[in-house]
Design a protein around this ligand. Structure first.
Ligand code: NAD
Ligand code: MG
Length: 364
C-alpha cells in the first residue's frame, strides 16, 4: 500500500486525484491533505479520508506544505497547488526521495534546474500529471531511444477562431468557457491566452531534456491526441484519450505500470469522428510566443514570465484589466528583465518578487 500526500486537495486536480484514489483504495492510501483556503471542503475531505496530516495554508502558513510533502508515510506527493506557491513543496519532496506527481507545472517552469538537481540529490522522481507530458512519458516508457521531436497539442482555447479585435476585448466569463477541459480559473485563463502552452513547452524542455527547437505545439481542437513523439527514423507515436485528467493522474501514480480502472471513460474512435490539427496563431496569442522566448533565454527568464502572468491573470480575473493587457504586460516585463543564472532559490525568489512588483506597476 503506497501512501499519497495530496497538496491542493480542494482544487480541480486535487478533487480528481481523490476520485481516482477512491477507486484504487487497494493500492494507495491518503496520508496527507493540504489546501490553500477552502476550509469547509478540506474538513469534509478529512472526514472522508482520515489522513494522518491535514494542513490549511491560510490557518497554518506555507510550512504545512513542506510537512505534507516530506511526510514519512508519503511515497508519492501529488503537487496540485497552483502557481509559484508550489515550488518549495516540489523541491522538498524530491529532496526527501519521494515520487512527485507534478500537476504544478509552474514549479518546473520557474525552478527547472533546481528541481532536477533536487531530484538527483535526494533520489526523488518527477512524474508529470499534465496530460501532454503524461502522453509523452507514456510514448517513451520502456524505450531506450531518445525522441527527436515532441509535438504538444493545444485545444486552442475558447478564442481559437475569434477575430483578433474580439479576443483583445474578451471578458472574464468568455475566457472561463473552456471548450474541452474543466479546470481551475488560473489555468483556464492561461489556456485562453495560450500562456499555458508556453509553460508546457518549458516544462517539456526540463522533463525530457530536449532543446526548445525540438518541442513544437499544434492546435488540436478535439483534445483527444495529447502529444506526438517523433523518433530518429521519422516514426511518430501518440497517446490518445478522452479529455479528462483522471487517466494522467492515475498514470502518474502507477508509472511505469498500469492499473485497471473502470471509472475512466473509454475512447470510442467512431464517436469522436475527425481529428484535426492547425497552427497556433502566434500573432493573436502573443503570451504564447513571449513565454517560449523566455524559456529560450533561460535563467530567471521563465520565473519572470510566470510571476508576471500570475499577477496579470489575477487582475484579469478580478475584472481590473482587459484580456489584451495580459499579453501586453508579459511582453513589457519580460523585455525589461535581464535574465541571470537561476541556480539558487534566493535568485528565483528575487526574480519572482521583482516581476510581481513590476507587473503591478505596469498595470497600475
Ligand atoms: P485550482 O485553482 O482548482 O486548485 C488549486 C489548489 O491549490 C487548491 O486546493 C487551492 O486551495 C490550493 N492553493 C492555491 N493557492 C495556494 C497557495 N498559495 N498555497 C497553497 N495552496 C494553494 O487549480 P487546478 O486547476 O487544480 O490546477 C492545479 C495545478 O495543476 C496548476 O499548476 C495547473 O496548471 C495544473 N494543471 C491543472 C489541470 C486541470 O485540469 N485543472 C491540468 C493540467 C495541469
Ligand atoms: Mg496540459
Amino acid at each position: 500500500m503506497r501512501g499519497v500526500a495530496v497538496l491542493g486537495s480542494t482544487g480541480s486536480i486535487g478533487v480528481a486525484t481523490l476520485e481516482v484514489l477512491k477507486r484504487q483504495s487497494d493500492e494507495f492510501r491518503v496520508v496527507a491533505l493540504t489546501a490553500g483556503s477552502n476550509a469547509d471542503l478540506l474538513e469534509a475531505q478529512r472526514a472522508a479520508w482520515n489522513p494522518e496530516f491535514v494542513g490549511l495554508v491560510d490557518g497554518k502558513g506555507p510550512g504545512c506544505l513542506i510537512d505534507a510533502a516530506t511526510h514519512p508515510d508519503a511515497d508519492i506527493v501529488v503537487n496540485a497547488i497552483v502557481g509559484f506557491a508550489g515550488l518549495d513543496a516540489t523541491l522538498a519532496a524530491l529532496r526527501a526521495g519521494k515520487r512527485v506527481a507534478l500537476a504544478n507545472k509552474e514549479s518546473l517552469v520557474v525552478g527547472g534546474e533546481l528541481v532536477l538537481h533536487a531530484a538527483r540529490e535526494g533520489g526523488g522522481e518527477l512524474v508529470p500529471v499534465d496530460s501532454e507530458h503524461s502522453a509523452v512519458l507514456q510514448c517513451l516508457a520502456g524505450k531506450s531511444e531518445s525522441p527527436t521531436r515532441l509535438i504538444l497539442t493545444a485545444s486552442g482555447g475558447p478564442f481559437r477562431e475569434w477575430e483578433p479585435e474580439r479576443v483583445a476585448r474578451a471578458t472574464r466569463a468568455e475566457a472561463l468557457q473552456h471548450p474541452t477541459w474543466s479546470m481551475g480559473d488560473k489555468i483556464t485563463v492561461d489556456s485562453a491566452t495560450l500562456a499555458n502552452k508556453a509553460l508546457e513547452v518549458i516544462e517539456a524542455h526540463f522533463l525530457f531534456g530536449l532543446d526548445f527547437d525540438q518541442v513544437e505545439v499544434v492546435v488540436h481542437p478535439q483534445s483527444i491526441v495529447h502529444a506526438l513523439v517523433e523518433f530518429a527514423d521519422g516514426s511518430i507515436l501518440a497517446q490518445l484519450g478522452v479529455p479528462s485528467m483522471e487517466l494522467p493522474i492515475l498514470y502518474a501514480l502507477t508509472h511505469p505500470q498500469r492499473l485497471a480502472d473502470p471509472g475512466i471513460k473509454r475512447l470510442d474512435p467512431i464517436a469522436i469522428g475527425a481529428l484535426t490539427f492547425e497552427p497556433v496563431r502566434t500573432d493573436v496569442f502573443r503570451a504564447f510566443a513571449c513565454g517560449v522566448a523566455s524559456g529560450r533565454r533561460g535563467g530567471t527568464g521563465p520565473a519572470v514570465f510566470n510571476a508576471t502572468n500570475e499577477v496579470a491573470v489575477g487582475a484579469f480575473l478580478q475584472e481590473r484589466i482587459p484580456f489584451a493587457r495580459i499579453a501586453d504586460t508579459l511582453e513589457q516585463v519580460c523585455e525589461e528583465h535581464v535574465p541571470v543564472a537561476a541556480s539558487t532559490i534566493e535568485t528565483l525568489y528575487e526574480a519572482d518578487a521583482w516581476a510581481r512588483t513590476r507587473a503591478l506597476e505596469v498595470l497600475a
